[in-house]
Design a protein around this ligand. Structure first.
Ligand SMILES: [Zn+2]
Ligand SMILES: [Zn+2]
Length: 441
């Protein structure tokens, strides 16, 4: 047997801090990020010469990686070796008295066969053996796969949920960073920093997670930041769109032409940036060619008449071209946008900020946008300093949380870097989020 190093898996806690070292200092680029829903793990692959590093990030508290990090801290998780014949390799190791976790290989991603060796036989390191799909062929270059933590289920960068007759697909337009103090308003850093790590510029990592709703029509709610911004903007906001909406749509199997309706929670750049794009000639045009864009009239008025307080968030290029193209539909009141999908004004964050309530088959989901941007914002007083009317946010949040707990609403957190969706629960008088893993019927 001649084992060849395939990749090294590292359990991590804080992706931004990790990237500051592996990417920024060592110059290793993230080649691929895969969401392994079944294991509540996100795997980031970095190419390092002929081998790869696999950075394993938990996406839920009950993830095996979360448990690993909780118990032992971040660090080396496993090493994977490729072998030509995994059956022969296991037989030989067994004959040598090596302690195996898997006596028989099991199917891994991309039709590979994998098996684990107990750390007690490998100097304390969890070792995985992997036999790529076609023997005697070099392993597929490029696309690695998160075999170790999943091993058994196809990885996915999107998360799907079913709600009655509707399919809900959480997609991601990448990550950005905002000032931690601004994100938590009056909550002092002594309280928020143990829960949410910040970088050396005091910024915290946020995701942009639009939601696709597929029923009689196909809708996307918000569309992330898009790709019209320059380097300076990307630096200020720590933008990481190495995996963005195009990738997620492709993975979800939804073409931009299939989107019938684009629905805006509000028009801040991290929600509406992806509404428009520049074509080859540099002209701005709607990003979804067949869609009508539904925006609340009051929000439209505010966004097209920005003031000194909100000017940095409202960028005309993101939505003015929609009116010019004649694809804009303004709505005045709470109403049904497509069967099962209603908008509800909350105000607070902006005077006409709205959430989206989705109902089908007796079940309810809600896309709460900047009403509860992350799971850390679930407590009443944890309201963003960005909000124009924080008291209104608090009232709307209280009312929504009560309803969400009573009706067991599946809540989508647009900006949470880890949890795409979950259920609110009250335990000992304290609100909590139970992350929801995706499932297929
Ligand atoms: Zn906003
Ligand atoms: Zn936002």
């Amino acid at each position: 047997m001649k084992a060849v190093l395939d990749h090294i898996g590292i359990a991590i806690r804080d992706l931004p801090a990790v990237l500051a070292f592996y990417r920024d200092a060592l110059g290793l680029e993230i080649e691929l990020t895969e969401e392994v829903a079944s294991q509540r793990v996100r795997a980031h692959f970095l190419q390092a010469g002929a081998d790869k590093l696999e950075l394993l990030e938990a996406t839920a508290p009950d993830s095996p990686i979360a448990k690993f990090v909780e118990k032992r801290g971040p660090g080396l998780h496993h090493i994977t070796f490729r072998v030509d014949d995994i059956h022969a390799a296991l037989a030989e190791l067994k004959a040598r008295g090596v302690r195996l976790i898997d006596e028989q290989p099991r199917p891994g991603a991309e039709d590979a066969l994998v098996a684990f060796i107990h750390p007690s036989s490998a100097q304390g390191v969890l070792v995985e053996l992997k036999q790529p799909a076609t023997r005697h062929q070099p392993p597929a270059a490029g696309r690695p796969s998160s075999d170790v933590v999943s091993g058994f289920s196809p990885a996915s960068a999107v998360t799907r949920y079913w709600l009655g007759d509707l399919e809900l697909i959480s997609v991601c337009d990448g990550f950005f960073r905002l000032d931690g103090g601004s994100m938590f308003g009056v909550v002092p850093k002594t309280l928020w920093s143990p829960k949410v790590p910040s970088d050396d510029r005091n910024r915290i990592a946020l995701a942009m997670r639009p939601l696709i709703v597929r029923g009689v029509r196909t809708m996307i709610i918000d569309a992330g930041m898009g790709d019209k911004e320059n380097e300076k903007f990307h630096d200020i906001y720590g933008v990481d769109r190495s995996r963005h909406l195009d990738h997620a749509l492709a993975e979800a199997g939804v073409a931009p032409e299939q989107i019938d309706i684009v629905l805006a929670s509000h028009l801040h750049f991290d929600h509406a940036g992806g509404f428009t794009m520049r074509d080859a000639s540099g002209r701005l045009r709607p990003r979804f060619p067949r869609a009508r864009y539904v925006v609340r009239r009051g929000e439209w008025e505010d966004a097209t008449h920005p003031n000194a307080r909100n000017r940095a968030s409202y960028l005309l290029d993101n939505y003015a071209p929609l009116a010019e193209a004649g694809v804009l539909q303004l709505v005045d009141e709470d109403q049904t946008i497509m069967p099962g999908v209603k908008v509800r004004r909350t105000g607070g964050h902006t005077p006409h900020h709205q959430i989206v309530v989705i109902e089908s088959g007796g079940k309810t989901a809600a896309f709460v946008a900047d009403l509860i941007p992350t799971t850390a914002h679930v407590p009443d007083a944890w309201v963003m300093g960005y909000d124009l009317n924080p008291l209104e946010t608090m009232t709307a949040k209280q009312r929504f949380a009560k309803e969400a707990i009573e009706k067991d609403i599946l809540v989508f957190f647009e900006h949470d870097p880890v949890v795409a969706a979950g259920y609110l629960k009250e335990v000992d008088g304290k609100r909590q989020v139970i992350p929801a893993s995706s499932f297929k019927p």
